[in-house]
Design a protein around this ligand. Sequence first.
Ligand SMILES: Cc1ncc(COP(=O)(O)O)c(C=O)c1O
Length: 363
Amino acid sequence: MSGLAQQHNAINLSQGFPDFPIDAQLAEFLADGTRNGYNQYAPMAGLPMLRAAIADDIMARYGLSVDAEQEITVTPGATYGIYAAFTAVLQPGDEAILLEPAYDSYIPNIEMNGAKAVPVALTAPDYRVDWNKVKAAITPATKAIIVNTPHNPTGAAWNHEDWHTLAEILRDTNIVILSDEVYEQLVFDGGRHYSVLQYPELRAKAFVFFSFGKVFNNTGWKMGYCIAPPGFTDAFRRIHQFLSFTVNAPAQYALAQHLNSGTATQVRPLMEQKRDYFLSLLRHTPFTVYRPAAGSYFQLVGYGNISDMPDTEFAKWLTKEHGVATIPISAFYHNRKDDKIIRFCFAKKEETLALAAERLSKL
Ligand SMILES: Cc1ncc(COP(=O)(O)O)c(C=O)c1O
């Protein structure tokens, strides 16, 4: 859709990336990294200063202790971490459960490891988990389940009950959890993020993925980290060693300095303001907002008042004829299930959102 947006000179509310500059301090730290000589291979697990800063950050925000040496691995983005973890866990013939609609790398990552992806559909339009369906999807071949909260593409966020139910379902199994928490800092309306790390029973069998790109608005740096128990981390690093081995050193230096500075711009208030602004603009359009995004930087809308086209066709039409690019939700289902819902990314400058809304209000 980004390609199509470019071709038609459309405003791009499709792909999930901010269109505004990063914190000037962070940019300075990156330059410092190269000036201070962080230009050669960093240690395989990540610069000790960055892993220590991450451990401090997790302690400050969650009150949880994480062993920087044995439980944190710096990765070139969360997507890479997810692939490496699947590779550490899955053998050909295994099964891995995912909840759809889902971030698009999960199924290919499972299949690249010779395993079978077992999709379980969330229930539109609020996209809560139907736990009976998850339970029914488990077979003796199930090795892993990947979960994602706050959720891309739906903006839904898990509560305590969700984790509690997952714990019950997995209690007598050896199923490994991959928990994609890249939007952990984006939970709105006074809510909080519930991380798998807060549930000792689940944490003991989980890989958790974080992305600096979503926290510091620098998705192009492709920097993230994986937290997992020591045994899991060991297996993870065996894969990481032969995939990229190590991660961009000056960026690691910059992120460590930024985390330690205590003056990094907080992403939640900024994105919450953008969500609210975008929702206020959507009121002047014919789209249906089933519920405001609880988290992430995506807002779903229904377009039943405008058209009965399939969602992919509608998204292309909107891009080509009305100059606003969006993503059809069917793109996040293996079987292209059409909920007649599209996703807008609101991690954009106010003027970008205003211009897009002006075009949408003419529909
Ligand atoms: C759910 C989810 N996981 C992972 C990622 C990717 O994170 P990274 O850019 O750090 O690989 C994204 C990015 O859009 C995402 O939405």
